[in-house]
Design a protein around this ligand. Sequence first.
Ligand SMILES: [Zn+2]
Length: 314
Amino acid sequence: MLDVVTALFTHSDCLDHITPPGHPEQVARLRAIGVALADARFDGLRREDAPLAADEDILRCHTKEYLDRVRAAVPDDGFVSLDADTHMSSGSLRAAYRGVGANIAAVDMVLGGDVANAFVACRPPGHHAETAMSMGFCLFGNLSIAVKHALDHHGLARVAVVDFDVHHGNGTQDLLWSEARALFCSTHQMPLYPGSGALQEAGGHGNIMNRPLQPMSGSAAMRQVYDGAIFPAIEAFQPELILVSAGFDAHADDPLANLNWSTEDYAWLTGRICDVAGACCGGRIVSTLEGGYDLHALAASVAAHVSVLMERGQ
Ligand SMILES: [Zn+2]
């Protein structure tokens, strides 16, 4: 019997964030992940219900005015649109509080030494949400809030973030721009939504590292930029914890983008993140679901990602 090394945080409330018909960020995404992770090879996961965040957690990164505006917008039924892409149903706010709470609880559990790493499978995603603005299917900066929690609550000195979602994490960049204790590293397709993430966007303290990738650039270009630039920068930074914005929409089958990564690329990338975490911070990783819109590719890629976290956390 192997030790339990990987926690999985999710919650049925995250199925109650319902988006309009045809919207790519749909309930079926989380159901597909749930089916994939119900396989016997994931029996060793420590399965945790995502707790609700407290308001003060959200206020680590967002303004009170914004939180009040989101809360006031929740509809009794049907949908309300916060922007062109981001919609709320009656269950959306509770789902979003689960996502923030799960990221915080995962950080607590990993820093407490109960598990080596954790994966958070909640929705809505978070990496496009800015300080006072929803964007791109995202309400709150789940991962950035967890970064601030690790720094301010646990007293860590350095936290690194890897964002391999195919879209630039403009929200994470906004929330961590002036945070010298955090190193935010992102690969993303360019040109593509949201349009930010150029090489020269480097943060208030040189703490942002953007490496845009060309459409159709594929596996080799991805591996080169991680091994040649991003992982050396993280190793030089010597983080005490690594957080991952795990979007799986760079997959070749994804309908929203064209980077042409394979399921095996996600296994490789996860393994290399585990290498770096092993060298810097005792393997401590918290990974959180962002995008990924082809249901089969998403389920297979999440399974590959979580499998490697389980194997390499030993
Ligand atoms: Zn994305």
